[in-house]
Write a protein that binds this ligand. Structure first.
Ligand code: SF4
Length: 268
């Protein structure tokens, strides 16, 4: 194994799996051939991007679908906002019941001109306290994952589907997602990234508007919005902390995401 690869694996705490898993090269095995899952376009102001791979349909959520497949229309007050306006709108948002118990909203963080946009589920207690998504041990692992593929945290933009903390880490309800997703949609439009990396089942299902299991969402290129932004799905770092043996699959997902992003750049 060359030094760079060893460094990347160590950053993701994968070195144990190299020792146990046989030949070192086996950990970076070829990923599944890219396929594309198409979701209904959302109104967006971002530029057109081409889809070049095979089209694959995914099953829509039962109504009311909270995400893109539902043809969600951003409220007018969100659709045209710039960063300053959007941040203020989120800070004062009372569109769902989560506003009642929050101490502050968690808007998003990072480079607003980033090429990669990371989408998570919702803030937890630590995130709410600090006002920033993906902090603590979960944040550290996400940082290591991003570092391992050459996109360190300061170079990406990170946001959640929900901007307020659900009580007891409950999954977001369809109504909460329906009310809050326009905020994320506008963030995506403003960043206009090359690639959206969805971490975790809840984020992926709600962004894409599907109820497909995460295992079936991995290894495919999904498309978001009228601009057909590429979306790749992987595990949530919190899950990887609970199930470290799955880090190897996450590493494969990240390599796949890199290939997608690089292919997109070559195609433009
Ligand atoms: S979760 Fe989203 S929609 Fe609900 S109050 Fe917070 S910012 Fe508004």
């Amino acid at each position: 194994m060359d030094q760079r690869r060893a460094g990347l694996l160590e950053a993701m705490a994968l070195e144990r799996y190299v020792l146990r898993g046989g030949p070192a090269d086996s950990i970076i095995e070829p990923v599944m051939a890219p396929t594309v899952a198409v979701v209904a376009p959302l109104p967006t102001s971002t530029t057109n991007r081409s889809a070049t791979a095979t089209v694959r349909s995914v099953r829509p959520l039962a109504a009311p679908a909270p995400g893109a497949a539902a043809g969600l229309q951003p409220p007018p007050e969100t659709a045209d906002l710039d960063w300053v306006g959007l941040e203020a709108a989120v800070a004062g948002c009372r569109r769902c019941g989560l506003c009642e118990a929050r101490t502050q909203t968690v808007f998003g963080v990072g480079d607003r001109a980033a090429r990669w946009l990371i989408v998570g589920e919702a803030p937890g207690p630590d995130e709410e306290r600090q006002g920033e998504p993906f902090v603590g041990r979960v944040g550290q692992l996400l940082n290591a994952m991003l570092q391992s593929i050459g996109h360190p945290r300061p170079t990406v933009y990170i946001a959640n589907v929900l901007k307020c903390r659900p009580p007891s880490n409950q999954d977001p309800t369809p109504e909460q997602v329906r009310q809050c997703l326009p905020n994320l949609q506008r963030q995506i439009e403003l960043v206009a990234p090359d690639l959206i990396l969805c971490v975790g089942r809840v984020a992926a299902q709600n962004l894409l508007g599907v109820d497909t299991p995460l295992a079936q969402l991995r290894g495919k290129v999904h498309r978001f919005g009228a601009a057909e932004l590429a979306v790749v799905v992987t595990y949530h770092p919190a899950y990887l902390l609970r199930s470290p043996s799955e880090k190897r699959k996450a590493w494969i997902d990240l390599q796949f995401a890199l290939e997608v992003a690089n292919g997109r750049r070559a195609a433009i």
